[in-house]
Design a protein around this ligand. Structure first.
Ligand code: SAM
Length: 283
């Protein structure tokens, strides 16, 4: 009885019926490609035992695909105008709950009580990185994230040391998860077409961190410092952490890292070695 929303004519019909203006500010680009929706849903390996947090359901395009798996879906949408649209387009799906809110401010643990859950989303591109960082740092019981992001952002998430794509986002994503780019999506798969290429990335949350740390927060301070001024050598860049020259010199020698290197060449293990040297220095 439900028409598939992920089609150009159905989407245009919904937009017209509800008199929707698409908000560029809120990153509203709606999927019109059924195959892309199906591939995203398949990538999340859903069964009726799963709970899914969807961010930004829009008019319910991806939500519908998720709901068809019989998993429990909680969708958080910021645009209040879309809440009444979703009530209509997703009418009859007993396993979907739409919540009005800002994913960055919202108390997710109050809405979802499942022991573990998955995040599936076609993210609003203006806040992709803040959303991903927020979810990873929140320590919520998320086991998997399957998200549509700008292709460039996906490339930064999986980047290896040494290139221009490698930065604080790469280190954080790879510290918390095992990321893999699944496929690219062209602008024509959305209404309106975004200016950029997109990609779907799957991040499987690690049960055990890939590096052993004495203090996790020092690891992230080193990473932040090293990339805050990425053109500088490590011995200079790390001054932004507040440490003095002697301390930095001692830490780098302890970690057996050449102070002339730049942060963008360091592996997760090397960042960890510096952070662990910092712990030793402090104590
Ligand atoms: N899921 C739909 C689809 O695939 O067609 C729409 C995706 S659209 C790229 C992003 C959606 O996120 C929009 O509906 C937008 O209103 C919503 N959004 C933007 N900022 C948000 C925020 N901070 N919290 C929750 N939703 C947000």
């Amino acid at each position: 009885i439900h028409p598939t929303i992920a089609k150009k004519d159905v989407t245009l019909h919904i937009i017209k019926t509800f008199g929707l203006g698409m908000s560029k500010k809120l990153g509203q680009n709606f999927l019109i490609d059924e195959q892309v929706v199906n591939s995203i849903v398949t990538a999340a390996h859903l069964s009726s035992a799963d709970t899914v947090l969807e961010i930004g359901p829009g008019i319910g395009t991806l939500t519908q695909g998720l709901a068809e798996t019989s998993a429990q879906i909680v969708s958080v949408e910021l645009d209040v105008k879309l809440i009444q649209v979703l009530a209509k387009t997703l009418e009859g799906y007993q396993n979907v709950r739409v919540v009005h809110g800002d994913i960055l401010k919202f108390d997710i643990s109050r809405e979802i009580t499942a022991e573990r859950y998955k995040v599936v989303a076609n993210l609003p591109y203006y806040i992709t990185t803040p959303i991903i960082m927020h979810l990873l740092e929140s320590r919520l019981p998320i086991e998997l994230l399957v998200t549509m992001v700008q292709k460039e952002v996906a490339e930064r998430m999986v980047a290896a040391p040494g290139g221009k794509d490698y930065g604080a986002l790469s280190v954080a994503v790879q510290y918390y998860t095992q990321p893999e780019i699944l496929f690219n999506v062209p602008p024509q798969s959305f209404i309106p077409s975004p200016a950029v290429e997109s990609a779907v990335i799957r991040c499987t949350v690690r049960n055990v961190p890939p590096v052993a740390l004495q203090e996790e927060k020092l690891f992230f301070r080193v990473v932040k410092g090293a990339f805050a001024q990425r053109r500088k050598t490590l011995s200079n860049a790390l001054k932004t952490t507040g440490l003095d020259k002697a301390a930095i010199g001692w830490m780098l020698s302890q970690a057996a890292i050449d102070p002339q290197r730049r942060g963008e060449t360091l592996s997760l293990q090397e960042f960890a070695d510096i952070a662990n040297a910092w712990s030793t220095y402090k104590n």
